[in-house]
Each structure stands twice: as C-alpha cells, then as structure tokens.
Design a protein around this ligand. Structure first.
Ligand code: CA
Length: 236
C-alpha cells in the first residue's frame, strides 16, 4: 500500500481527477470538499499519510485548516501539501507561519503533485524509521536524553526537568514551528494550569542557560518558536 492521501479541494472536478490519478498510482484516497469536512476527515482513523490542502475553500481557509492540523497532537506530524493559486502566498504558506511541508501553484500538473506526494511520504517514512539515538548532537550542543543531561561545548548545563523536556521538544522537531500551545501540551501536559506566558518565561531561561547555543531557538513573533534546522543556519 502506497499510503492514504486526503484531498481537501472544493473544485469537484479537480478533486475527482486527482482522486482518479492517485488511485491509479496505487494510493488510497479520501476527499473532503470544504475546510471543516477536511478537518474531520483528517482526524478520522486510519489517519491519512499525507494531506493535499487547497488554500481557497468555501468555509474555513486552507491556512486556518493547516493551523488547526498543526495544533492538534493527532494530526501534527501529517505532511501537508498546500495548493495555492497565487505565487505571492507561497512564502506565507511554506514559511514558519503555517508549517505546510510543500506546495504546488495552481494550475499544477497531476504528475507534479504525485511526485511531490511521493517525495513527502518518502521523507516522512525515513524520519519515522530512524532510531532515536540516546545522545543527540547539534552544533555546540550535546543532549543525552536517557540521562537528561545537556552540554554546550562540552561544558554541562544545569537544567531543571522541565527545561530539559522543553529543550528536547525543540530538538526533536527542529526546523519546524512550535506554537506556544503545542509546547504547552507537549512539555507541560494538556491539563497544566499554565498560560502561554509561562512558555515564554521558560524558553527565555532555557536560552540564557544555553548561552550562545540559545540562538538555536528562534522566536517567531505572534506564532511561537522554531529550533533551527541546522546549527549554522543564517538568521533570517
Ligand atoms: Ca478552491
């Protein structure tokens, strides 16, 4: 089985064409014609392996659907390809703001979309198959997740259990947006009585403790945080 693809597309003819072609390539498909139906279909078991999401939908916008998919623990890791009619939307769509994994600009060829889907699935599967090593190195930072210890330039950093969980949450999703709400549920637990301001306070403290390695954690104003994809990445 190649995978289950959810198509969220309100143009019924286009949706039918995509569905036909994906099935011919060996994919299973699920189709939704508006944003809310798309969200519902994304949460339904079995979860889709990838989502093709149109930006312009009649009820919720594709951007709003994407944001909600990223906020839900259930759907957060599902690769999303955004379909946009406007080249000017691309930065926003694939940038930090929304966290889509890839995009195609309309009108796109079905062939192109199929290739994008295939590449995304391959990447997602490779990431899932990688055994999590005990010690993770990232630039000047070294983290031992079993021992709950961290070093910067081989000098140990004294972290609280919570700061360690926070650092580990960042590291394990490096290069991707972490909203404050997502961090709250991952690090503090969903029922914790803390506000997003608490997240900021702890991130600030963690950064201070990490010294120059604290620069690996970038602030995305109004959105949350992002741990750099590579240690030497230039600050945008
Ligand atoms: Ca549309």
């Amino acid at each position: 089985m190649q995978g289950l693809i959810l198509l969220v597309e309100d143009e019924q003819d286009l949706a039918a064409t995509l569905e036909y072609n994906l099935q011919r390539e060996g994919y299973l498909t699920r189709v939704a014609h508006d944003g809310q139906a798309g969200l519902d279909a994304a949460m339904q078991e079995p979860l889709p392996d990838a989502i093709v999401l149109d930006l312009m939908l009649p009820d919720l916008s594709g951007t709003e659907v994407c944001r909600r998919l990223r906020e839900s623990e259930r759907t957060r890791e599902i690769p999303i390809i955004m379909c946009t009619a406007k080249g000017s939307e691309i930065d926003r769509v694939v940038g930090f703001e929304l966290g889509a994994d890839d995009y195609v600009v309309k009108p796109y060829s079905v062939r192109e979309l199929v290739l994008r889907i295939r590449a995304l699935l391959r990447r997602a599967r490779a990431a899932g198959a990688e055994a999590e090593p005990e010690v993770v190195r990232f630039g000047r930072l070294r983290v031992d997740r079993e021992a709950h210890r961290a070093w910067v330039d081989d000098k140990e950093v004294s972290l609280t259990a919570l700061e360690f969980r926070l650092l580990y949450a960042f590291l394990s999703r490096k290069g991707r947006v972490q909203t404050r709400d997502a961090l709250l549920s991952d690090v503090w637990g969903i029922d914790a009585e803390v506000t997003t301001r608490t997240v900021d306070t702890h991130v600030k403290r963690l950064r201070e403790k990490l010294g120059e390695a604290g620069d690996y954690i970038e602030t995305l104003r109004g959105v949350g945080y992002r741990f750099r994809d590579t240690p030497d990445e230039a600050v945008a």
